[in-house]
Ligand binder design. Structure first.
Ligand code: FAD
Length: 289
């Protein structure tokens, strides 16, 4: 099933994300986490992609396993910037052979140790999107950045590039994490004004590890609101308390989004079925409403 066919029905759709193991040794534990998350009956589970090595192979295998064995639709991420076009085309063929119908098409971060772009390499996600479209009948998602992508000088410039990317054949967008919903509402207003009409799935990150989040927010330029900072300062050294507070904060964000008619929400559950389950439990009556 193509994810795009579910996004316009006015119902609430919650999806989760997992990441593949760095080595084959961790494969079974990730599949087991995916099974527990699938039991929560999300609308789909996305599987992230790491450039090269075992991770890329595992993305396709895990996405296929989720779809075939757990009765939940899967979304395979695919990045392009670190690979030749031939290698990326091979992965797209594998995705097709496994019957996976949904791809999140990403550029990936520019490799620091190589000249960029190398001949016959991709420069932007839009080029990958064009190739995916030419190689099969896929539902294609792409990334967007409510606070602007770090490489863009201005949000305006980033939205112009986003419009170009969507026009290449994107069916839906998933956002980078954010911790202040007003940033998302402002972004939605701006992109709609620019004629970007595809569904946007806000990416909600329940924080369970304070140190990790501070680092990744610095790298991605994500703003940490005062209310959130206070929680991290107060509970950051106590993993169990931080996890509980992080789940409560994420739940609060989701409820506000739902109250504002944002019905398709993606949760960065990060291989933690207990976090995904706690969020679903917190929303149990709300999801019936
Ligand atoms: P692009 O859309 O290509 O944009 C990259 C930059 O180039 C932006 O600043 C944009 O404004 C600019 N740009 C785009 N087109 C043009 C143009 N034509 N001319 C000039 N400038 C242009 N990374 C992984 O490695 N694996 C994953 O699984 C993964 N999953 C992700 C999921 C989500 C929802 C998000 C938000 C990010 C994810 N990432 C992942 C990170 C992503 O790969 C990086 O953020 C990367 O730096 C940008 O990828 P992109 O597809 O958004 O790139």
């Amino acid at each position: 099933m193509k994810i795009r066919d579910t996004l316009h029905d006015g119902k609430v759709h919650i999806s989760f994300e997992i990441f593949p193991p760095k080595t084959d040794a961790g494969y079974n534990s990730v599949v087991s986490a995916a099974e527990k998350i699938a039991a929560l009956k999300p609308s789909f589970i996305s599987v992230t992609y790491g450039a090269g090595g075992g991770t890329s192979k595992n993305t396709v295998n895990i996405a296929s396993h989720i779809k075939d064995n757990f009765g939940v639709e899967s979304l395979a991420h695919l990045t392009c910037v670190s690979s030749t076009k031939e290698d990326v085309h091979k992965v797209i063929e594998q995705i097709k052979e496994k019957g996976i119908e949904n791809i999140l098409a990403l550029r990936g971060d520019i490799p620091k140790d190589k000249d960029f772009p190398l001949p016959n390499h991709y420069k932007y996600a839009c080029e990958l999107i064009e190739d995916i479209k030419s190689l099969g009948d896929f539902c294609i998602g792409a990334a967007c950045y409510p606070e602007g992508h770090v490489e863009s000088e201005t949000k305006k410039e980033d939205i112009i590039h986003l419009k170009n990317k969507v026009d290449c054949g994107v069916d839906f967008l998933t956002t980078q994490m954010f911790f202040d919903n007003t940033i998302l509402y402002n972004f939605l207003y701006r992109i709609r004004e620019q004629g970007i009409t595809v569904p946007v799935l806000p990416g909600i990150m329940p924080i369970t590890n304070a140190k990790q989040i501070k680092r990744s927010c610095e790298l991605s330029g994500t703003v940490l609101p005062e209310r959130f900072r206070a929680i991290v300062d107060r509970f950051g050294d106590n993993p169990a308390a931080m996890q509980q507070a992080g789940i409560a904060y994420a739940t609060d964000q989701i409820i506000d989004l739902l109250a504002n008619d944002v019905n398709n929400i993606h949760v960065y559950s990060m291989n933690k079925p207990e976090v995904a389950a706690a969020i679903m439990n917190n929303l149990s009556e709300i999801l019936k409403a």
